[in-house]
Design a protein around this ligand. Structure first.
Ligand code: AP5
Ligand code: MG
Length: 214
């Protein structure tokens, strides 16, 4: 099963992708998480992408496409995978399609998690991410047992640099301009599924399972 998660920043792509990956035993591949790990480890790639991310801009396609195409060819992807945050532009979608076509494969579902912009801004201010393992929480909707401490690894929780309100607005603008056209792109291919992402996390997950198990 090959799944793409579409949706604005903060729509809940990562939250749902983790649950789907666990349920079906397939890898969750988040380009944002890969970039953040590279920044943390001070790699060459990390240095290149940091300035774009901090400004809420997309990283250039050429730094993303090869990385994902390499990743999905690894052995753990044989049964399928879930892509979270990729593709984000039409050229990225075309490069994924070309790589899959060469292997006689195609994407099964593009799931659009739909949330109005005004809800997003509220959500992002409350999101906290673990500096240790990258796990994501929310002060109100997904709190940790101990304030400021990751349940999974005991690491410190921080507000992501790009979750400051002015950067969130920039990311939303970039989303509408460059990523939203993908909704049409996958609709034309007949694999687009839309879920209402403003419901509770559990209800969104149930709606996604309803699609995948249909
Ligand atoms: P990335 O890390 O992908 O960020 P994003 O798309 O902006 O998405 P987020 O991770 O912010 O949100 P999400 O949808 O995963 O929501 P989450 O589940 O955390 O990318 C970061 C940057 O990297 C980009 O800006 C770009 O610079 C670069 N980049 C990455 N991929 C790229 C690519 N392909 N091309 C170019 N550049 C790329 O949920 C948000 C919060 O809400 C959490 O606190 C969560 O607990 C809470 N929440 C989730 N669901 C619900 C719910 N149903 N009800 C209430 N609260 C909820
Ligand atoms: Mg995410």
């Amino acid at each position: 099963m090959k799944i793409i998660m579409l949706g604005a920043p903060g729509a809940g792509k990562g939250t749902q992708a983790k649950k789907i990956a666990e349920k079906y035993g397939i890898p969750h591949i988040s380009t944002g998480d890969i970039f953040r790990a590279n920044i943390k480890n001070g790699t060459k790639l990390g240095n290149k992408v940091k300035t774009y991310m901090d400004q809420g801009l997309l990283v250039p396609d050429e730094l993303v496409c090869d990385l994902v195409v390499d990743r999905i060819q690894q052995a753990d992807c044989a049964k399928g995978y879930i892509l979270d945050g990729f593709p984000r532009t039409i050229p990225q979608a075309e490069s994924l399609d070309a790589a899959l076509k060469a292997a006689g494969e195609s994407v099964d579902y593009a799931i659009d998690v739909n949330v109005p912009d005004e809800n997003i801004v509220k959500r992002m201010g409350g999101r906290r991410a673990c500096v240790g393992c990258g796990a994501t929480y929310h002060l109100v909707y997904a709190p940790t047992k101990k304030e400021g401490i990751c349940d999974a690894c005991g690491g410190e929780l921080i507000l992501r640099d790009d979750d400051k309100p002015e950067t969130v607005q920039k990311r939303l603008d970039v989303y509408h301009e460059q990523t939203q056209p993908l909704i049409d792109y996958y609709d034309k291919k007949g694999i687009l599924k839309t879920v209402d992402g403003s419901m509770s996390m559990e209800d969104v997950f149930a709606a996604i399972l309803g699609i995948l198990e249909a």
